[in-house]
Design a protein around this ligand. Structure first.
Ligand SMILES: O=C(O)CCC(=O)C(=O)O
Ligand SMILES: [Fe+2]
Length: 208
């Protein structure tokens, strides 16, 4: 998949955000339209949500959200010290996957689902740069349900540099430079009482 073909597709985006070091993010509003509502409820109810425990500085913590991993059969992916094997895709994700291919020209073969039950559920600062994603990872982040703030900061710095409020049925595409030069996080928002579901589609390149 050439970068030029991806960039040509991304010209359809509703908005583009240019950060330092060539890092770019594209926003697409109303990705599915009316069917997004039913998809949100189906995915909340039917995906195999878990609350994994991770070790941080030697201590076990349950992650502050629910997660699930879905990928092509035969793929292997490690994140947060946990190993995940792909077992194929549920039929319910097929139309969304097809739509994302059409919008972006990318062909992700795995997706990490995150279900934030309310504004107390969060994700800490990190980059999506696992070795399985290769040297130039594109990440397609699709959002359903409550609006939440998505924060960015330059890698190696403490201070937040950018904040994007992501809404229902919105797609955020991150260029590989975003993972190289920035970290992102989903901060706590006590006033948010409704759930939000996020699907970050990725391309596992090892053994493909
Ligand atoms: O929920 C979000 O918007 C961010 C999710 C994320 O960063 C990830 O899954 O790696
Ligand atoms: Fe991420």
């Amino acid at each position: 998949m050439s970068v030029n073909s991806t960039l040509a597709h991304l010209e359809q985006a509703s908005a583009v955000i240019e950060l330092d070091h060539g890092a770019r993010l594209w926003r697409f509003h109303r990705v599915l339209g009316a069917p997004a509502e039913a998809l949100f409820h189906t995915l909340c109810n039917e995906l195999p949500w878990e609350r994994p425990t991770v070790r941080v500085f030697g201590r076990a913590h349950a992650v502050p959200r629910l997660t699930c991993w879905i990928a092509d059969a035969g793929t292997h992916y490690r994140y947060s010290g946990l190993h995940h094997r792909g077992q194929g895709w549920p039929e319910v994700l097929a139309p969304l996957r097809q739509r994302l291919r059409r919008l972006t020209g990318r062909d992700p073969n795995g997706v990490l689902g995150n279900l934030y039950r309310d504004g107390d559920d969060t994700m800490g600062w990190h980059r999506d740069n696992e070795p399985e994603l290769g040297p130039a990872p594109w990440v397609l982040s699709y959002n359903l349900g409550a609006e939440r703030d998505f924060a960015l900061r330059r890698y190696g710095e403490h201070r937040q540099s950018d904040l994007i409020t992501l809404g229902h049925d919105e797609l955020l595409v991150m260029s590989p430079e975003v993972q190289r030069h920035y970290e992102h996080a989903l901060p706590r928002r006590r006033r948010v009482t409704a759930p939000r579901l996020n699907l970050t589609f990725r391309e596992i390149v090892t053994g493909r």
